[in-house]
Write a protein that binds this ligand. Structure first.
Ligand SMILES: C[S@@+](CC[C@H](N)C(=O)[O-])C[C@H]1O[C@@H](n2cnc3c(N)ncnc32)[C@H](O)[C@@H]1O
Length: 287
């Protein structure tokens, strides 16, 4: 399967969806990356690569930590995301955050870096082993790679229950059965520590460690927004989109069913917060 399909998806349909829910991605995921970046703090003056940087908010946060003598460089395969990142860094007055477009699996990552970081930026690679090897090669000897990835589905029920709910209503079309662009493997592709540690070691990383981090995250400022978010983002959204016209036709039924799934997370003030669980995975390039 060509990566071009995935890159086109991130530049078009997924970029549009992520833009619509930008607030939730940036605010909702901020607590998770704040904790990861606090536990694995980058040193002042360090050079850091931010893999699959999306809107670049983590790249900008890292740039502030490493200070003017350091640099944070965000890479993403989608030029639309990168254009937003550069504009945001300018608005924020951050001059040591840089951004470039590249496919992390196969292109030059402009190293060497002291460290690499990724918040939910590594779960969608078609060939994750190639990407991990490329990241390791972009690190200096002894360089550390910290990734935030989702843990198992059963501990991220706001995504998983929505997926199960949609599957009961909408026929599932596999990537092989459609010409539609898609996001590659799903958000849980890096949830298994055995598989992930084997993969990291097989491409030359060492001292692989996993730390579990559970937190409630905001998935909507209102129930309507949370339902739309669950409907469009993650496995549920992909199932509906790939089902084409049939997916669109069945959307009202799905919306109704999702109300039951998501409704239980509504707080008194109307905002919606769901339990989530992530791994902070660290690994080192040998010295
Ligand atoms: C779930 S988003 C995460 C974005 C951001 N790190 C965040 O936490 O909001 C995954 C990102 O990885 C990027 N991506 C996917 N495959 C990639 C590849 N092969 N090379 C570079 N970036 C890739 C996508 O364009 C997207 O911006």
């Amino acid at each position: 399967m060509s990566n071009d399909v995935v890159i086109e998806a991130w530049n078009t349909v997924l970029f549009e969806k992520f833009s619509r829910f930008k607030y939730l991605f940036i605010e909702g995921y901020a607590e998770i990356s704040k904790e990861a970046l606090a536990r694995h703090k980058h040193a002042e003056g360090a050079s850091v690569l931010d893999v699959g940087c999306g809107f670049g908010d983590t790249t900008i946060a890292i740039a502030k930590t490493v200070g003017p003598d350091g640099v944070a460089r965000g890479v993403d395969c989608a030029s639309n995301f990168i254009a937003e990142c550069s504009a945001e860094a300018t608005r924020d007055g951050v001059t040591n955050a840089e951004f470039f477009v590249a496919d992390v699996e196969r292109e030059d990552l402009q190293g060497p870096y002291d460290e690499a970081f990724a918040r939910f930026g590594t779960m969608f690679f078609m060939m994750p082993g190639l990407a991990m090897r490329n990241i390791r090669k972009a690190l200096k000897p002894g360089g550390k790679f910290t990734q935030v990835v989702w843990r198992k589905r059963e501990d991220n029920l706001w995504l998983h229950d929505a997926e199960l709910c949609v599957k009961k209503i909408v026929p599932v079309v596999s990537h092989e059965e459609t010409d539609a662009v898609h996001c590659g493997p799903g958000p849980f592709s890096m949830a298994g520590p055995d598989m992930v540690s084997d993969m990291l070691q097989s491409v030359g990383f060492e001292r692989v460690q996993f730390e579990r981090f559970d937190s409630d995250i905001c998935i909507g400022r209102s129930l309507d927004e949370a339902i739309q978010f669950a409907l469009e983002i993650g496995p549920a959204g992909e199932i509906i989109r790939l089902a084409g016209d049939e997916g669109e036709r069945l959307k009202p039924d799905v919306l109704k069913a999702l109300e039951g799934v998501i409704g239980k997370y509504v707080r008194e003030d109307g905002s919606v917060w769901a339990p989530s669980s992530a791994w902070f995975v660290t690994a080192y390039n040998p010295t």
